[in-house]
Structure formats: C-alpha cells, structure tokens
Design a protein around this ligand. Structure first.
Ligand code: UD1
Length: 422
C-alpha cells in the first residue's frame, strides 16, 4: 500500500486548480440511468471513486467512455440489461446506493446491496427507503440487498425527511423526475451538489423547482432526454487547499474557487484571523504573520460548516492560539484523525461528538495512519507545518477523493512525495 511523505517546509505560495466535485459527480453519473439518451459530464474529477461508479454503471449495462484524460465522461444507458448492483462493487463506496432511485424509476425494479464506504458511522438508508416507498415502491431487505420494485410505476407524493440527508434527497429527486404527478420533498438537503444534480436533470428535461431550499417540487415527466453538464467545483477540495496556507503560512490562489460554496467555512477562517479574497480566477487565501486564533466549530447540513471539512479544520486548530471546541453533528464516529494528530504532538480530548483542541506552538512529524478520506488529508495538512517528516500510511482513501494531491501541493512549494508500497 502506498504512503505519502510530507516534510514541513515553511510557507506555500502559488496557485492550485480545483477540480469538479467528487460528491456531485457521484450523483450525476447515476442520473444517466434515467434516460435512454446520452449524458455527458465535463469537469469531472479523476478519482478512484469515479472509477468505482463507472464499474458499477457498466455492470448495469451503461456504456461509458472516459475522454480528455478522464475530465469528460460520456455515458449512454439506452440498453440496461441488469438491475442488480452487486455487493463486490457497492461495498467499496457508499455512494453506490445512488443507483437505487434512478434504476427503480426507469426499470420498475432494482436490487442494490447495502453500501460500504468510509467507516465514519452507521450511515443507514432508512430515509432513502422512506422516500421511495412514499413514491409507491415496495422495498424489502433480503441477504444484505435492498429489493425494490414498482410494478405500476412510481407516483408523485408529498413527504418530509426527518433529517436533510444528502443521499436520500438525491435518490428521491432522481426517482421523482419520472414519477406520475407532483412530488414535494420537505426538509430536503440544500447542498450545492443537490442544486447541481437538479440543474443537470433540468437539462435532461426534468421539471424541478426549489432545489437549494428545504422544499423541492418535482413535476414528473414521461421521459428524459440527452444533456451535457459541467460538474460544479469541489467545495471540499477547495476548503482543504484553502487550509494549506493557513497551516503552513504563505499565500495561495485557488483557481475556480467560489465563496458561495464555502460561506460558513470562510466565516470561521475570518474569525481565526485569515484573509480570504475573491479574485477574477477564484479565491486567494493568505496567512502572513503569527499563529491563527482558536475558533469553535459545529458541523451542520449546508449552509452550515461541512462535516467533510471538520478533520482538516482540526488540523489547523492543533497549532492555533487558545482552545477550540469542534462538535460533530452529522456523523457519530468522525474523530479517528484525533489520536493520529496526537501522535504528532497535538493536544486533543475527544468526548462523544465533541473534540477539544488545546493549541500547541508546533507539531512534530511522525508516522501516522490514514483512516478515512477526510481524516487522511488532515494528516497531510498537519504534516505541511510539522517539524521533520510525516509519513501518512494507507493513503488509498486519499485517491478516492483528491486528484493529483502531491502534484497540486508540490506546485505551491510543499515537500511531498508518494512512497510506493510493496
Ligand atoms: C454525503 C456525502 C458525504 C458527506 C455527507 C454529509 C456523497 C457521495 N457523500 O453523504 O461526503 O459527508 O453527505 O454532508 O455525497 N442518515 C440516516 N438515514 C438515511 C441517510 C442518512 O440516518 O437514510 C444519516 C447518516 O447516518 C448521517 C447523516 O444522516 O448521520 C448524514 O448522511 P447523508 O446526508 O445521507 O450523507 P451521505 O449522502 O451518505
């Protein structure tokens, strides 16, 4: 297994291009299942999770070509010949469950293994099932698989999610585009990836209003057509690289960065004493002098502070002046990076869903273990400013979510390299 070696090397300066969003692409790809006509995605990120989704869709009968070095994904699902999403693929990635809604809507049946993915909590699918059942689906769990059918087709319905789940909103939204009549999803997730999915579905001919608000209204149509859609900027990759100069010092411009994607996060950076400036190419982040100030963070659904930036923010707080309290409200088991940061000299106490970080002046390099996608990158960020060498082991998680990470960080002056595993 590969490792990544980082050496603390002082301030970072230059530009980092931000890719299309992994989480948007992983829901846009299954949207191909809704239509007999082609769907082409541009600005796609080059990641192993995208390869996993490609394999899953191909196993269902979708034809997929990867063009322009993977930045363009051309898909056609005119001839779906399988409705079973196999455990061997689904276990690698939770987002595989996003084929359930579209397959059910198009084929009237779907069998999908319960998912795997990052070990950051229980992550059930009850809300997906609730919403699809409201649309008239019959769903049962047998042998680790969800068996779903809608013999008479799906019918529009009004429903309210007890929690604004991103995945459930996406599955229900996709299914409802082909349901008969009107669907209203109350307490829907408002993440930019939902808006991006709705934009793409509209380009395919769907009738959707209210995405980006808690109430999404979908008027079902008989069929969807063809579209070409550009994947929205990855706000988590953006936030991650915004933190690099905050931790290591210097000034970095994030190409393609948009403040509306990272509003709550920018407010925290501002409170910590970091300047974020909008430029004509994106966002510029600078930490010119001294340590940052400790700030408290509570993770929330969008537009709140994203759970997917909590680990990276903790890496920043490790060397902040003062004590910071980070509260994780989305996933119950998302502090696995804390003991690893502790190996680097961080002073962190975890109690239930709360981590208290007492800032220290400097971290020290150490061998550490990557546990999940965002935890892994927090260790790399911490290593950028630590004294000596940090070896981050088990980095396959990183390749799921960060394209060309070493190249991007090297480009702004980081000393970072991949050590090939045996
Ligand atoms: C998506 C993102 C993930 C991000 C998360 C929260 C993708 C591919 N992944 O994950 O990176 O961290 O949103 O912003 O887009 N829940 C239930 N029942 C359900 C569904 C979810 O209880 O049926 C719970 C989960 O256990 C979790 C919380 O709701 O505690 C949030 O989950 P959800 O918003 O569904 O996240 P994902 O779509 O899995």
């Amino acid at each position: 297994m590969d490792s990544i070696l980082v050496k603390g090397n002082g301030p970072l300066n230059g530009q980092i291009p931000i890719a299309g969003a992994k989480n948007a692409c992983l829901t846009l790809m299954p949207a191909t299942l809704l239509s007999e006509e082609p769907l082409t995605l541009t600005n796609a990120p080059r990641l192993s999770d995208i390869k996993t989704m490609t394999l899953l869709l191909q196993s269902l009968g979708t034809e997929i070509s990867s063009l322009q070095d993977g930045k363009v994904i051309a898909m056609s699902s005119h001839n779906l010949d399988n409705h079973v999403a196999d455990y061997e693929i689904v276990r690698k990635m939770r987002a595989s469950n996003l084929v359930l809604g579209p397959m059910l809507a198009r084929l009237g049946q779907a069998v999908v293994s319960l998912p795997g993915g990052c070990a950051i909590g229980a992550r059930p699918m009850d809300l997906h099932i609730y919403g699809l059942e409201k649309l008239g689906a019959q769903i049962e769990l047998r042998d680790g698989y969800l068996h779903a059918k809608a013999p008479g087709g799906l019918k529009g319905a009004e429903m309210e999610l007890s929690f604004a789940s991103v995945g459930a909103t996406e599955n229900i939204l996709m299914a409802a585009t082909l349901a008969k009549g009107t669907t209203v999803i109350k307490n829907a997730a408002r993440e930019p990836e939902i808006v991006d999915l709705a934009d793409c579905l509209r380009a395919m001919g769907a009738q959707i209003e209210g995405d980006g608000t808690p109430d999404i209204v979908i008027q079902g149509v008989d069929r969807l057509g063809s579209a070409t859609h550009a994947v929205v900027t990855d706000r988590i990759e953006l936030g991650t690289y915004m933190l690099a100069p905050c931790i290591a010092g210097g000034e970095v411009e994030l190409l393609g960065g948009r403040i509306d994607l990272v509003g709550a996060f920018c407010e925290k950076l501002d409170a910590a004493g970091i300047t974020v400036e909008e430029t004509d190419k994106g966002l510029k982040v600078a930490r010119k002098n001294g340590r940052v100030k400790a700030v408290d963070v509570v993770t929330e659904p969008f537009p709140g502070f994203p759970t997917d930036l909590q680990a990276q923010m903790m890496a920043l707080m490790c060397t902040a002046e003062g004590t910071s309290v980070l509260e994780e409200k989305i996933f119950e088991n998302r502090f696995m990076h804390a003991p690893e940061l502790g190996r680097m000299g961080a002073n962190i106490e975890v109690s239930g869903g709360t981590a208290t970080v007492h800032g220290v002046e400097k971290l020290k390099g150490a061998p550490v273990m990557a546990t999940d996608l965002r935890a892994s990158v927090s260790l790399i960020l911490a290593g950028l400013a630590a004294e000596g060498e940090t070896l981050v082991n088990r980095v396959y998680h990183l390749d799921r979510g960060y394209e060309r990470l070493e190249e991007k960080l090297k480009g702004v002056g980081a000393l970072i390299e991949r050590v090939q595993g045996v």
